[in-house]
Ligand binder design. Structure first.
Ligand code: PMP
Length: 431
């Protein structure tokens, strides 16, 4: 497999862009080797600059739920383009997408569009603080909510991979208002609440975290958080940037039947364009400017091209609920295949899966929080990643990520991935 062009581009990129990439985890630091530079993607495949084809299990970190370059989304973008690329003024599509999101996501009664997941979570925390008049919030260890200062404290995703979860540049003053709890422990939340009476504005979490690898909530955990928040007047925020419109039409909150006060969304609602959103209860969202005092704005927010792509995507998901059962079936079939390979080889690695999200952890211990996720053998993961890549399978280049499946994965392609997995495991384990 030739990678000459990717290699040359990376060498040049490093002269002009920090680390050669515009987002850290893309640099393959955790797995070694040079990143692939991508030329195009279509359906279940992504193609690099050297014209190698790979089966996609990242899918732009989630949004390409229907596979790449879906004709319906492409057409919506092209049609919108004919009328101009940005107006900085309200449009009909923004009203339509807001109405649709509200009809799909249980907790959302009003919604504000922004340009990324980072903006969504930063804004949601500001609103929760403004609404409650309190400064502190609780975040779970290993969860990632974008790169807002107050979230870069024991953060997951690229922040773990880079080995600096507490980034320089985040002030001590900012960090002191972020309280940390291990995921899946209600006792830890109770102690923080008791130690900071009437001071906690919000609890924010990925209801099903994907940024320390995929981890599932223990039975009763999300319900327990809901009860504590109700009792203490704390705003419960589900960050569904990854899980929204993927685990179910209404995200993890629909699947688990627990309704937060606020929800942050991203990725899928842009159909691949740069979009995020935050929404929630009317009385909380009415605190947002210009109806309320909490300031939040954006020149490109509600961008007409992004809204056209997002509307096409959400309308499709809304009118084709079978997409979700299809995604779940693909996830089940892939993971069943992986498990049977591991069983045959007498290996007991943990695979966490929910629908179309999964992580294979290179540990035989149960993974239910950040500490247990860190038991994984990341060097072994790195070798497995390279073995899969050399067989044409494009995985997220870090142990601490979830994979994202798309409806473009046919049974035949699932079979190919399972075969590559078997060969890769044998190669890296020397069996
Ligand atoms: N929240 C979660 C749960 C995420 O997974 C991410 C990004 N992976 C973000 C927030 C930040 O989104 P963005 O990269 O669009 O800023």
């Amino acid at each position: 497999m030739r990678k000459d062009r990717s290699k040359a581009l990376f060498e040049k990129a490093k002269q002009f862009i920090p680390g050669g990439v515009n987002s850290p985890v893309r640099a393959f630091r955790a797995v070694g080797g040079d990143p692939l530079f991508i030329k195009r993607a279509d359906g279940a495949f992504i193609y690099d600059e050297d014209d190698n084809a790979y089966i996609e299990l990242i899918n732009s970190w989630g949004p390409m739920i229907l596979g790449h370059n879906h004709p319906m989304i492409r057409e919506a973008i092209v049609r919108a383009l004919e009328n101009g690329t940005s107006f900085g003024a309200p449009t009909a599509r923004e009203v339509e997408i807001a109405e649709l999101i509200i009809s799909m996501v249980p907790s959302v009664e009003k919604v504000r569009m922004v340009n990324s997941g980072t903006e969504a979570t930063m804004s949601a925390i500001r609103v929760a603080r403004g609404f409650t008049g309190r400064d502190k919030f609780i975040k779970m260890e290993g969860h990632y909510h974008g790169h807002g200062d107050s979230f870069l404290i024991s953060a997951g995703s690229g922040a773990i991979t880079m080995g600096n979860p507490d980034s320089p540049g985040v002030t001590v003053g900012t960090a002191k208002d972020t309280l940390l709890a291990p995921y899946n422990s209600l006792e830890a939340i109770e102690s923080l609440v008791a130690a900071n009476p009437n001071e906690i504005a919000a609890i924010i979490l990925e209801p099903v975290p994907g940024n320390m690898g995929l981890v599932l909530p223990k039975p009763g955990y999300l319900e327990g958080l809901r009860k504590i928040c109700d009792r203490e007047g704390i705003v419960l925020i589900f960050d569904e940037v990854m899980t929204g419109f993927r685990l179910a039409k209404g995200g993890a909150q629909e699947l688990f039947g627990v309704t937060p006060d606020m929800t942050t969304l991203g990725k899928i609602i842009g159909g691949g364009m740069p979009v995020g959103a935050y929404g929630g209860k009317k009385e909380i969202m009415d605190f947002v400017s210009p109806s309320g005092p909490v300031y939040q704005a954006g020149t490109l927010s509600g961008n007409p091209i992004a809204m056209a792509a997002g509307l096409a995507m959400l309308r499709h998901l809304d009118s084709h609920p079978e997409v979700f059962s299809q995604l779940n079936a693909i996830g089940d079939s892939l993971v069943t295949g992986f498990r049977s390979v591991l069983d045959e080889l007498g290996l007991n690695f943990t695979i966490n899966q929910l629908g179309s999200m999964y992580t294979l952890f290179f540990t035989d211990q149960e993974v239910y929080d950040f500490e247990t996720a860190k038991k994984s053998d990341t060097a072994l993961f790195g070798r497995y990643f390279q073995a899969m890549l050399s067989r044409g399978i494009y995985l997220a280049p870090s142990q601490y990520e979830s994979l994202f499946l798309s409806t473009a994965l046919t049974e035949d392609l699932v079979g190919k991935i399972v075969t590559a997995h078997g060969e890769s495991i044998i190669e890296v384990m020397g069996r």
